[in-house]
Each structure stands twice: as structure tokens, then as C-alpha cells.
Design a protein. Structure first.
Lengths: 421, 159, 421, 159
């Protein structure tokens, strides 16, 4: 994230948002007579024609079940499927492709680790450390594991300004901590969490660290070796890819020791009527026919992002976020949750209107073609800690512009004129 | 994308929002009726929708199987608040049977089914909630207090 | 499967294979200079432009995360996603859409039942009954469950002619049987298993019945109420649909009692820092962002199949299978596994060449543009019971023709000329 | 699809199959060498590939660190059978070090890496296996007996 590096500033001049927008067919759609302003990227991102084309191409040219087929289509689809895995591995700088496991989504990646690694490694009296700003998918699997194992679930705190309470690390992580499982970037507050520091502290205590990177991998350079993390989870649908596919990266030594998650198909080495043995990584964790087409399309999404440059993407979003925080703050009745300093956060801005319920605001914006998300954002306990039960959230990606931020701010004013008299 | 701001400027931008937020709904949302707490209520319940966080506290007192006094407070979106206020107005003085029939009418209204002229007469202003039909995710908001009331009545009568 | 019904014979005249083939772009692909002859349908089916179009349309027009979004795209994608569920429910005659759960594939559906229902209902001393012709995905989850619970795994036998040994039911199913989990149609032998009879016997014993319908739902009318089954599992990718999505049908009363499988996202009702509660069916079993695009495309596949008529499809494949069994049987060195009587089997024909190893045969056929599968077909113990470790398999679908069967037979002769001198 | 049969008729249909199944491979497949069992072998192992079911029984006897006698039997596809037979021919009389070097050469050959002229000389006919490179799923078949032999030697030498 060396955004002050001169080389990168030069490259970012080539970050041509108009050209990017032209790659996304949906962005020219009219909603209620207005051109779509899509600001719900933290929920799911839109899909460029390159990714849609990868899907179409797969089904029109090489669709076949992978692995062990001797016919041409099967050989080609296997190669394309494994090439996509290699692309993802390179993208996050995984030491080898077989430590990249395909799952359905971030949630499945998290459940996989809690069920297999957790089942094998967490004992009564141990503790599991997560943070108070996790998505439900990184809370509930650990609640369940802790309850089953008689282990303790501990929370790192969140300050009033939405930053992680670093002081809480001392009391949370100790010699009985088995795993620290934290988000890299909050999907509500936009807060970026200091993973390197947490990884150091976790490893010092003899624990492993898992990172929920659903909101970071799409938006910033993520290097699993530089971060020194043991597990990393993310979803393709939030990074220009298709729905239905996600990734679990795991340190190879850990993955090798873990029992399988599901049984059948590719994950099998040998079966008798009495017993079975498991295939090598990564197949040990991929039961049944994989999501071949969407894996290949994820490879195309990674190509697209790599070509833009993750540094440039982060810089674009930082600029947009600073502008948006500034403009939204001018609205008197609106309060932004999370860090005000744009350098501490990504392009996810949740806010509360003191007079308009988020759902009414969301509906009023939708009438103007502006898509935001409203609700608890699958982070009920966190949202409640701000003394509300629902918030509005605008979140950005590569194709968003300052004039779309203007449309949002203007749209909120319109809603005020409508609801407040 | 340029010029978007001016393109959509003015106050006409929210035109068909009126389909959902009819004047009567905005009125009840801004000035909800029957919000005073009820002394020694026969029914005293909380209903909530965890997905949007809307929450209402519904109380009423019965006299000879009719609702003598009602009080509803809570927080929620314009639709759920107006709906709760409209409900409070409707049920006052009605027998439990009449109330449950009205709940049934409004459920069918929001599902897009036909209701009879007699039913429409009973609902009165409440028919305005029918505009929500076009916005399926908001139907739950409109129904929240009604479903809560119905469950509470059912339970009360079963006692 | 009333294929003698005159009404249906009339309709089948309208089963126009040339018109069907025109819907499948891949079928005009050249492989090694020859037009593709795709006979690997039991592994995965090809995809018509209507299904590819549903995917493209989704990403170009309405891509958004489902459920609880108040903006137009989210409302539209939610409706399309739930409509697809309703289409699948109608297709298998499920009593209500919420008993249809989206999974990744048949394997996940089977693992889900073994892990949740199995975990809750199977106790030490109980037994689980499967058959000797199951796919690994319907063997290993039950082996694991049995081992964990100290329960017994019992196998219904398979006769030398590939039919289920009905006599073995008496000794296998008893009052300690908790579940009978069997394939509807073998992916190796093509054998159609008498589910109605097994369901009756299972229910008589107080057990539930699960059907692995991966090979039946794509090819014949399947009615969960007429079959009287409790669980049914299948994959979209074998029925013209996309990869990465499957179905678990379950009787609502059973699904309601089952604990969730994975945690997070849509399956949550409410979360506090201490605890969580679950959403209603079907969401209780759908954690995280679902595979929205592929669910919608599965709806398009169901539309395509429904329009052709499952009776007509079954009839077409019966005809083709009878022809293929007859033609292949003329090859002296080739032995077909499974029932010879075409009315007892579907269009999956595994065979062994006495002089050519299946892999060499597969490669030789591929050189001629003919795609078959070779190997153990994820049914190692069954294949071994025929005293081989690998077999060749040709499997048919709606677009296959008698002249493709001729090409296969001719291709085998070519391979004989090449390998045997 | 019509006329497919005649279109592809004749015997020319399998043209580039020869890339993989060179004459030398077909020859070793049809008449495998050194299939007789070895009396009191120093190394006696089974290797198998569960995915295709190929299985070989490899035996050999050492004299002064050289392979004096070798016997390989088993079943598999043309590639794995020919490969096993070629292996048996190669190793006879070679020192364990020479054999392990040859295994390394063939591994690199099949990975598509360059091998030196000296290595090619050692491999001789075995270079024919390089044709399998174009058929990635079959590389495992070609390597099966070599990997098994290498593991067995490694273990034997470690004793
Ligand atoms: C009978 C049977 N069951 C289960 C499966 C597994 O299906 P999937 O790989 O889609 O999970 C298959 C497909 O190979 C099959 O044929
Ligand atoms: C931080 C975070 N974690 C996890 C998830 C869950 O991702 P998915 O729904 O793709 O499983 C999300 C997305 O909503 C998220 O923002």
C-alpha cells in the first residue's frame, strides 16, 4: 500500500474510470428512469464483460468435468481450472497453488476452518479471539466451536471512533489462545485492522491467525507472506468475480494436518466398502464436482484487477472515500460511523440519519437510481453497539466517481425534503 | 455520468415514491396516534423484526371482548410506524373477532389478493398501505404490528 | 415413466434432436479435426444457450446481493433467485419451495444430511443402509458418520447382472436402521433402483430414505411425493445447468428439526456477542452469499427440460440406450457391465475391452473427437467387484444420436486396429 | 452429424496418436521385457495409481551396488506397461547412483525440461516416452514405475 511511491502515482494517471465503466454492462442500466449509481459494492461487486466472457467461453467451448478425464475437453477444463487457482495464488502471493482451496464463499471458508482446524486443535479451557467488528460469518462459527469445546470466545474491542482497541490485545491474547480470527477491513465501519501487528502477537502466543479478507482482497494489495497470516478467506463476488465461489488460503503445513471437511468425489484417494483415504492438497478439501466455470471466471477477475494494479485501485478508493467523507459530513443530520481519517479506512461508509430511517432513505435513493445497502450488514452486535439497529451504507469500487458521490449527497437532501416537513 | 446532479435536480426526483408513501402514511408517520401507555393492559407485547431492527410495544385493555384502550410505541421506518398508528386507530372499540378479521383483510391486501367492498370499508384509510405491495421487501414492515397483534390476540383468547 | 402412453408417443415426435443440438454451441466444436461426439454426460452435461444466456443476463442486468436489500437490483435478483427455487420445487413436485435448499453439488447435499440429520439422529448400535453401487459421495460420508457414532454401515447387494439384490433388503433393513441412502440410478451400471419399494421398506422399519438422484433427475420424471422419499440430492451441472450448484430436497418436518450446517450470513436470525438464532427454512441451510447467478441459471435449465418433457427425454434415452447396447454388444472383445435389458437401465453404459486398457481406449477415441469417461467413476468398490479397476463409460443425453453411437462403435474398432496386431 | 461414419472411416483416423504411442512403446507394451520373478530380491515393492488402477510389482537383486537382476509384472495402460518394461531394460547392470540419475532425467523429460545429450544417451529408447508430454493426464502413467523404483532405492540406501 505504498501509495506515495512515485512510480505508482504515475501509473495511477492511467486509472481511467470512464474506460473501466465501459467494461461493465450493468452500469448503463436505467433504474426508475435514472442511470444506475451502484454504491453497494461491499455486498457484491459488478461484473466486467471480461469475466462474463470467461463464463460464456467456458460453457461454449470447453465445459467438461475436471480431473482424470482423458478426453480433450476434460484436459482443457482441468488446465483452465488449475490455472485459475495459480492466478489466485499469485494474486495473494501464496507460496504454492495447492494452499489455495476453492470454497463457495467467505462464509464457507470460515466454517471450514472452524470445523476442521478448530475441531482438531481447540480444547476445553482454550480461547478463541475475534474482534467486536466481525461479520456474522466470522462470529457464529466460533461461538458454536467455543460452545462445543467448552472454550472461551474473546472479543478485541472497538473504540468509539471505530478503530480496533489495541489495548484490548493484551488482555485477550494469552498462552491459551489457539486462534485469532479477525477481519482485515470492517464491512460496516471501513476500518482497516493492523494485521501484521495481530499476526505477530498471535504467533508470539503460539496461536494461529485467520484473516477475513472479504473486504480487503478486492480493494488493496494483500500478500499472505508479508502479512504472515495462517489462513485468509475471501469471496470472488466482491472482487468482480461470479457468485458461488470463494477462497480459503491456508499455510500448507496446517492444511496438511487438518481433517477433510466434506467427503466424496475429488477429495478421495481410495475407497473400499470399509474405509477411505484422502487425496493430496488442495483436492482434500474439494468434495464433488467443483464450481469449474466460476473458478475460471475468478481467474479472469484476478487478471482484470492485476492489470489495473491493486495499488492503483486502493489509491482511487482512498481518494473517493476522502471526498465522500468530506461531502457527507456537510449534511447536518447525517452521522458517519467509523474513522473520519480516510487513511485509516477503506471505501465503506456507513451512516445514520437522525430523522430518516435507513430503509426509508434506501427506498428514496433507489427511486433516484442510487443503490445503497441498509440494515445491520450482518454485523448486528457491532451496529447495536452504536445504539442503532440499522444503518445506511455506501461502498465504492473501481468504477465509482466523485459525481456519483455528489448524486448520493444530493439524493439524501432530496429524501430530507420529502420526509421532513 | 457528468451533469448527473443537475439532471436530477429540483424536487420532482422522488415522484413515484408517493405510490408507497401516500399522504396518509406520511401523516401517521409524522404524528403517530395512540402512543400513550395503557394502565393494567390485558395484552402487553413486544414485536420486532431483527432484520431491520424495527420494534414495537403494543398494549391494550379489553372490555367485554372489545378493545377499550390501546397504546403503541416503538421505532421503525415510516411504513412500520404509520402502520402501527393506523392499527391503533382501527382496533379501538372493535371486538376481538372484528380485529382478527381486519388483520386477515390486510394480510390479503398486501399479498395482492382482492378484498371485498365491506372489508375495504372496515379498513378505511388503512387501504393506503396497499401501495407497499410494489415494494416487496417493505411488506414485512407494513405487517409487523398486525402480525404481532394477531398472535397476541390468538394467545389471549386461547387462555 | 409411462412411456407407452399414446399422448406421450405423440409428443415425442416433436422431440427434435437437430433443433436441440442447435441450442448447444459446444456441439459444433472440432476436437482433433473431428466434430465433437460428447458421450460423457454422466460426468457433466453440456449447456444450452438459454442457460448461458440466463447467466449473462444476470450479470449484465441485475447482479446484486439478495435478501434484505431495498434497492431495485437487489429486489430483482432476490425475486429471480427465489423464482428459480420455486421452479426446482415444481420440477420434482416438492410440496413447497422452502424444502428446496441450494447447495454446491450432490456431494455437498449428501454431506449436509450426514452431518446434520445424521449427527442428530444416529446413535451407537444403529445402522445405516446404503447399496454396493453407490458413488463415493454417497459412501464416505456414511462411513465417517458410522465410525464416529459407532453405528453399523450395511450394504444392499448388487447381482452379477448389475441389478439391486432385492433379497438383501430383508437382512439389511431392520428396526435399528435409521436411514436408507441409495442411488436412484447407478453412474456406472445405469441400473435404475426401485425407490418406491425401498421407501416403503425403510418407512416400515421407521427409517428415513435419502435418494442420490444425481443420475435420475436429469433424465427421467422424478416426483418426491410419488416416490415418497425424505431427502433427494442432485447437481445442476448434470442437467444442463451450471457448475457450482446443487439441490437438497428435504421433507419440511425433517429440515425444521435439523441443526444448521454452516453459520453466517442469510442463515442467521439474530446475533449477540454471546449467542445466535437461526432464520427460517430454506435460509437456515444457506450460509453466506448464495450462488445467485447459478441458481437462476438452474431455473433456466429446468425450464428447458420441462419444455422438452421429462417423459420424452427418458423415452429418447431409452431408445438410444437400446440401440447402443445392441451395437456395442456386437463387438466381440467388449463386455458391457450392468443390465442388458434396456428397460432396467438408463443411458449410462460402462464397458470393458478385454485387450485395451480403458485409458488407451479413451485416448484413441479422443483422437477421433469422441469424449467418453474412463476410470473408476468414483465408485471404486463397485468397479473392483467386477474384477477390474477401471472401465470405459459412454453416457447419453438429449442431444445424442444414433449416428454418434455408430461413431463410438466405429471408434472402438479403429482403436482395436491400432493397438492389437 | 450424418455421414460421420464414412467421413472418419479408413485407418487414417488415429494419425497423431502416434505422437504418444511411438512404435517403441507399442512394442514394449505388446511384449514386455524382464517379467520373470526374481529369487530372493533385495527390493520387492508394489506401486499403484488408485485413479486408474494401474499396479506394478517391482523386484530386483543388487550385486556390489549394481542391479544384477530385475523383474517387473503388473497391469496398466499401454503407457505404464511400456514404461515399466523400458525401465527394466535400462536398470539392468546399472549402479544405484546411475539409476537414480536416470529417474531424474526422465522426470525432467516428462516435465518438458531440457535434458543433456549425455542424459539422452543413457535413456536411449526411453526418450520415446517424451511423446506423452502432450497428454498431461497420462504423464502419471509414464512415471508410475519410475517413481516407485526411486522411492524403493532411496529407502534401501537409507537402511
Ligand atoms: C450417482 C452420483 N452421485 C453423486 C455424484 C456426485 O455429484 P457431484 O460431483 O456433482 O457432487 C455423481 C456424479 O459424479 C453421481 O453420478
Ligand atoms: C467482512 C466480511 N466477512 C464475511 C462476509 C461474508 O461473505 P460471503 O457472504 O461471500 O460469504 C462479508 C460479506 O458480506 C464481509 O463483508
Amino acid at each position: 500500500m505504498s501509495i506515495s511511491d512515485p512510480e505508482i502515482v504515475t501509473r495511477s494517471r492511467r486509472f481511467d474510470v470512464d474506460a473501466i465503466r465501459a467494461d461493465f454492462p450493468i452500469l448503463s442500466r436505467k433504474i426508475n428512469g435514472q442511470t444506475l449509481v451502484y454504491l453497494d459494492n461491499a455486498a457484491t461487486s459488478q461484473t466486467p464483460r471480461q469475466v462474463i466472457g470467461a463464463l460464456t467461453d467456458y460453457y461454449e467451448r470447453m465445459n467438461a468435468n475436471v480431473h482424470r478425464g482423458v478426453h480433450t475437453l476434460s484436459i482443457e477444463s482441468t488446465e483452465a481450472y488449475e490455472l485459475a487457482r495459480t492466478k489466485v495464488a499469485t494474486f495473494i502471493n501464496a507460496p504454492e497453488p495447492e494452499s489455495v482451496i476453492w470454497t463457495r464463499n467467505t462464509s464457507e471458508s470460515l466454517n471450514l476452518v472452524a470445523s476442521t482446524w478448530g475441531q482438531a486443535n481447540v480444547q476445553a479451557g482454550d480461547n478463541i479471539v475475534i474482534s467486536a467488528m466481525e461479520h456474522h460469518s466470522n462470529i457464529v462459527p466460533w461461538q458454536q466451536l467455543a460452545a462445543k469445546k467448552n472454550a472461551e470466545l474473546r472479543y478485541l474491542g472497538v473504540n468509539a471512533d471505530g478503530a480496533l482497541d489495541l489495548a484490548s490485545i493484551d488482555s485477550a491474547i494469552d498462552s491459551r489462545t489457539k486462534i485469532v480470527a479477525v477481519t482485515h477491513m470492517s464491512n460496516v465501519l471501513g476500518t482497516v485492522v493492523p494485521i501484521v501487528e495481530l499476526a505477530r502477537r498471535a504467533h508470539q502466543a503460539g496461536a494461529v491467525i485467520l484473516v477475513d479478507a472479504a473486504q480487503s482482497v478486492p480493494h488493496m494489495p494483500v500478500d499472505v507472506q508479508a502479512l504472515d497470516v495462517d489462513f485468509l478467506c475471501f469471496s470472488a463476488h466482491k472482487m468482480l468475480g461470479p457468485t458461488g465461489i470463494g477462497v480459503l488460503y491456508g499455510r500448507k503445513e496446517l492444511l496438511e494436518e487438518m481433517p477433510p471437511y466434506m467427503f466424496g468425489g475429488d477429495m478421495i484417494l481410495e475407497v473400499t466398502y470399509e474405509d477411505a483415504t484422502w487425496n493430496d492438497l488442495p483436492y482434500k478439501f474439494e468434495a464433488g464436482t467443483p464450481n469449474i466455470a466460476d473458478a475460471i471466471a475468478t481467474g479472469a477477475a484476478v487478471d482484470y484487477l492485476t492489470e489495473l494494479g491493486m495499488d492503483n485501485i486502493w489509491e482511487h478508493e482512498q481518494r473517493l472515500t476522502a471526498y465522500a467523507v468530506n461531502q457527507i459530513s456537510k449534511l447536518e443530520k447525517v452521522k458517519i460511523l467509523g474513522p473520519k481519517d480516510p487513511s485509516l479506512r477503506g471505501g465503506v461508509i456507513s451512516f445514520i440519519h437522525e430523522a430518516i430511517h435507513p430503509h426509508d432513505l434506501g427506498t428514496a435513493l433507489d427511486r433516484q437510481g442510487i443503490a445503497i445497502r441498509t440494515g445491520h450488514h450482518c454485523a448486528m452486535p457491532l451496529v447495536r453497539s452504536f445504539d442503532v439497529v440499522a444503518a445506511a451504507r455506501a461502498s465504492f469500487y473501481i468504477y465509482n466517481t466523485e459525481s456519483e458521490v455528489d448524486a448520493l449527497v444530493n439524493g439524501i437532501s432530496e429524501a430530507e425534503r420529502y420526509f421532513i416537513r | 455520468m457528468m451533469g448527473r446532479n443537475s439532471e436530477r435536480g429540483g424536487t420532482g426526483g422522488l415522484g413515484d415514491l408517493d405510490d408507497m408513501y401516500e399522504a396518509i402514511i406520511l401523516d401517521h408517520y409524522r404524528s403517530p396516534r395512540n402512543t400513550a401507555p395503557v394502565d393494567s393492559p390485558d395484552v402487553d407485547i413486544e414485536v420486532n423484526n431483527p432484520f431491520c431492527g424495527d420494534e414495537f410495544h403494543i398494549q391494550f385493555r379489553l372490555e367485554d371482548d372489545a378493545i377499550a384502550e390501546v397504546g403503541i410505541t416503538g421505532r421503525g421506518c415510516a411504513i412500520s410506524q404509520a402502520s402501527a398508528s393506523l392499527l391503533a386507530e382501527l382496533v379501538k372499540g372493535k371486538s376481538t373477532g372484528e380485529v382478527r378479521a381486519a388483520v386477515d383483510s390486510i394480510r390479503r391486501l398486501l399479498k395482492g389478493e382482492k378484498i371485498t367492498d365491506e372489508e375495504a370499508d372496515v379498513l378505511g384509510d388503512i387501504e393506503a398501505l396497499g401501495g407497499v405491495r410494489k415494494f416487496p421487501v417493505r411488506i414485512k414492515c407494513a405487517l409487523l404490528s398486525w402480525v404481532g397483534l394477531d398472535d397476541a390476540l390468538k394467545e389471549h383468547l386461547a387462555r
